[in-house]
Ligand binder design. Structure first.
Ligand code: ACO
Length: 429
């Protein structure tokens, strides 16, 4: 089989042979196709990059039709069940599972970088009382670049490693402080005796007790949620990290861009919409009428459907199980019954079956977060903490990839040309 594409340009009658590599053609090869010497070469118009590969990556593999998600080749189901968030972070960033020594050194490094400079605390305290925690997280992540000016030297491997450790370590501190800020409660310093996720819960919920140790089942469930969110290949926020990182800026600024992208309702905000929907449905009796409304096109069943997963979202299956573990500790969220019934009815309904609409990661995650007593504004912050190792793994891959260039897409210009400028003094006379 010849791995090439023959293109005939009907404007000129000329034929071109374009090599196919890894199921793709190089956009630059299309640039050689020209109607004449005056016009620019052929380009691809692809708003939202729905069919454009922007990089080669060995971090995460997804097969949406089969419902497969793998980090560095390991299935998400196995990682969620048997690994820990920090081990998964190591795997994503280093590309292999750690030996015992590597694991212990990694956990030690992360644990001993959880504190932030006191001035970070001072400027976080300067936010308005009702500041959205995601805005605070975005600003404080970017601000870390000013505390670590050496982070600009992205060509040094040791230096890159140090900044990645710092960022994974400090994200929970920043996220927890943003949470405490909204509540008017004092910020809690990290407790390095605790696990990564145990320490995060302590910084969130500790009051006057000398030590706060969350129920291990809750620690495990939140750790699992972090694993499920750790990477998802070239999604909107990862693309933002890569795009900003391609200017060779420091990683704090690049990750702050990722936090900004995740802040948007089309990316990190769907689980909040699921909660609102379940509350509005209110009881199981109202489900059939609600489903009819969805089928009539009045609204969407939030938490269902996915651009990539057309069979099932493997993360949703794991989260459903985590729900049971969490509710064993916190008591059942009454909305769970509605969610389960809704899922059952929808999965049997022709409308959803035909369109391959299945529960996605957000269908159950909001219920878990609510059981932890997180307000909806915190949901995306939790997502960001989980996604940080993925952003960094992708950033690290980008800056060491010789093929990468500064991100600079083309446009199709639709505006005026060569107008004559009249100075304001004459136009307004
Ligand atoms: N409820 C009802 N109908 C739906 C839903 C839904 N949740 N999702 C898709 N459909 C229907 C569409 O109306 C369309 O029907 P049609 O062919 O009769 O017009 C068909 O299914 C295909 O839908 P698209 O919008 O083309 O699918 P797309 O891949 O663009 O959208 C998306 C994916 C945005 C996730 C969509 O399924 C949706 O809006 N879901 C609800 C929001 C949600 O849960 N988002 C979280 C995604 S997971 C994440 O981001 C972490």
């Amino acid at each position: 089989m010849t791995e090439s594409l023959t293109v005939r340009d009907n404007r000129t009658g000329q034929e071109y042979d374009v090599p196919i590599t890894d199921g793709t053609i190089r956009a630059a090869d299309l640039g050689k196709i020209k109607a004449d010497d005056e016009t620019p070469g052929l380009a691809v118009y692809d708003p939202g990059f729905v069919n454009t590969a922007s990089c080669r990556s060995s971090v995460t593999y997804i097969d949406g039709d089969k419902g497969i998600l793998e980090y560095r080749g390991y299935p998400i189901e196995q990682l969620a069940e048997h690994s820990s968030f920090l081990e998964v972070a190591y795997l994503l960033i280093h590309g292999h599972l750690p030996s015992k020594e590597e694991h212990d050194a990694w956990v030690h490094e992360i644990t001993y970088h959880t504190f932030v400079h006191e001035n970070v605390k001072t400027f976080m305290q300067g936010f308005r009382y009702d500041a959205h925690p995601m805005g605070m997280l975005m600003a404080s992540t970017g601000a870390l670049s000013t505390f670590y000016p050496e982070s600009r030297d992205i060509s040094d491997e040791q230096n890159r490693h140090m900044q990645m450790v710092r960022m994974i370590a400090k994200m929970p501190t920043l996220g927890a402080w943003a949470f405490r800020h909204a509540q008017g409660k004092p910020y809690v310093y990290p407790d390095n005796d605790l696990s990564y996720t145990g320490n995060f819960l302590s910084m969130l919920f500790k009051m006057s007790e000398t030590k706060f140790e969350a129920d291990p089942r809750l620690v495990k469930a939140l750790d699992t949620l972090f694993i499920l969110h750790a990477d998802h290949e070239q999604n909107c926020s990862t693309n933002a990290v890569r795009s900003v990182g391609s200017s060779q800026v420091d990683p704090y600024s690049a990750v702050a861009a990722g936090v900004g992208a995740l802040y948007g309702p089309l990316h990190g905000g769907a689980n909040e919409a699921v909660l609102r929907m379940l509350k509005r449905i209110g009881s199981k009796e109202n489900i059939p009428a609600f489903i009819e409304g969805v089928k009539a096109g009045n609204e969407r069943l939030m938490g269902f459907g996915h651009r990539v997963y057309k069979n099932f979202d493997p993360r949703a299956t794991i989260i459903k199980k985590a729900c049971d573990d969490v509710f064993e500790v916190t008591g059942v969220n009454p909305l769970l019954e509605i969610a389960k019934e809704l899922e059952k009815i929808a999965l049997e309904d022709e409308y959803f079956v035909k369109r391959k609409l299945y529960p996605n990661v957000d269908f159950y995650s909001g219920l878990i977060y609510e059981a932890f007593q997180f307000p909806p504004e915190m949901f995306t912050v939790l997502f960001a903490i989980g996604r940080t190792p993925g952003w960094l793994a992708q950033w690290s891959e980008l800056v060491t990839d010789k093929e990468q260039k500064i991100a600079r897409p083309k446009q199709i210009y639709t505006g005026d040309r060569t107008l004559q400028f009249t100075p304001a003094s004459q136009r307004w006379a």
